[in-house]
Ligand binder design. Structure first.
Ligand code: CO
Length: 306
């Protein structure tokens, strides 16, 4: 490839408390709209202490965005104001397009050891789709292709395409990719990326080099120390890598192997007006949304599942 992507920024996720007191790690959020467009926020929830998560996320509205929940351990029970309800179990994904609005609650429950582990990504919607009818995609684990590649590499394809295999989530405006990639110690993962799309990786286990040259070049660091103390420029868990533009990425796992999420999408490039769980284009639209929520006219469609 002529133009491999270089690392633009590295950021260790930051402890945050959300909902009714859920302890989580925020990889990025409110301050980063222009850099991560079309994505708004990525949270990791990972705890073996139910007192850190069981209060959950009681009733709250969303409008103008998609929330994408991926559970590795434990489960998230959800319910919305229209009577839809379900459970996102280990290995499953809920890709929820809030569109014009849903009011829901999301309640985490640990597994038999009290462990909860998962991620919630927020993706923006363009102005033309912000007021669309809400839509849920609930993806069972067996619908997510798990590609076993040479040298023990493994890729779960939630959205996007790898080696001609396509993930179950399709027809999303920003043409996103959402991959869960496991690379054995010392092995490489190479992936072609669409030029101009925003691309980032988030390390969930182990560590690795995210630059082909193993020399990350000039980049920005945010937050606390992110490097493996044993070896320079090897990036460890709970750390986000935002790439600059280019046509491909190459990632090499460290001695302990590596598991990371890779996400990409086409930028939307519109103004963003964001308050809490509602993201619109203008302050006026935000004001209307919160007024409607107070007055009980927030919900525009009676709703349906799938
Ligand atoms: Co929510």
């Amino acid at each position: 490839m002529a133009n491999p992507r270089r690392i633009r920024k590295i950021r260790k996720s930051m402890p945050t408390i959300e909902g009714a007191g859920v302890h989580l790690k925020r990889a990025f959020g409110f301050r980063y709209v222009s850099e991560f467009d079309p994505f708004l926020l990525l949270d990791e929830f990972h705890s073996e202490k139910p007192e850190e998560y069981s209060m959950g996320f009681p009733w709250h509205p969303h409008r103008g965005i998609e929330t994408i929940t991926y559970v590795l351990q434990g489960e998230i029970r959800h319910e919305d104001s229209l009577g839809n309800r379900g459970i996102i179990r280990s290995g499953e994904v809920q890709w929820m397009t809030a569109g014009s609005g849903i009011i829901h609650k999301e309640m985490p429950h640990g597994d038999e050891n009290g462990a909860l582990w998962g991620f919630q990504l927020w993706a923006n919607l363009p102005a033309s789709l912000k007021m669309m009818e809400p839509h849920y995609r609930e993806i069972k684990s067996n619908r997510i292709p798990e590609l076993l590649m040479e040298k023990g590499l493994k890729v779960r394809i939630i959205c996007g395409e790898v080696n001609g295999v396509e993930g179950p989530v399709r027809e999303i405006f920003t043409d996103p990719e959402y991959l869960d990639i496991t690379v054995p110690p010392g092995e490489k993962f190479f992936h072609i990326t669409t030029q101009g799309h925003t691309v980032f990786a988030y390390v969930i286990e182990g560590s690795g080099y995210f630059d082909r040259e193993k020399d990350p070049g000039a980049f920005e660091v945010e937050g606390e120390r992110y490097l493996d103390p044993a070896e320079d420029f090897i990036i460890g868990q709970e750390t986000l890598v935002l790439y600059g533009d280019g046509d491909s990425i190459e990632v090499t796992a460290g001695d302990r192997g590596l598991r990371f999420l890779l996400m990409s999408g086409k930028t939307i490039g519109e103004p963003v007006a964001w308050y809490g769980p509602i993201v619109m284009n203008t302050q006026e639209e935000l004001k209307i949304a919160f007024e409607e929520y107070r007055q009980g006219s927030f919900i525009k469609y009676k709703g349906r599942k799938n």
